[in-house]
Design a protein around this ligand. Structure first.
Ligand SMILES: [Zn+2]
Length: 65
């Protein structure tokens, strides 16, 4: 599956990127942002998102499997 960022057109978004989109924007989202565009969109830093991803993984979130 080749998911493309709707912000910048970056291709082949990673599972982490897709997972964090679902976590932060809702599991029903059909359009995804790459880390850079998602950080921009949410007005946070990419590091904040990476921290979130680690947090979600520690909680055992299945979206990142
Ligand atoms: Zn992007």
């Amino acid at each position: 599956m080749n998911i493309v960022c709707i912000g910048c057109g970056k291709e082949s978004l990673s599972k982490d990127e897709i997972g964090v989109n679902k976590k932060l924007l809702g599991e029903s989202v059909t359009e995804y942002y790459c880390m850079d565009c998602l950080a921009d969109y949410l007005e946070v830093s990419v590091e904040d998102l990476q921290d979130k991803i680690e947090e979600f993984k520690e909680q055992g979130c299945t979206l990142f499997d």
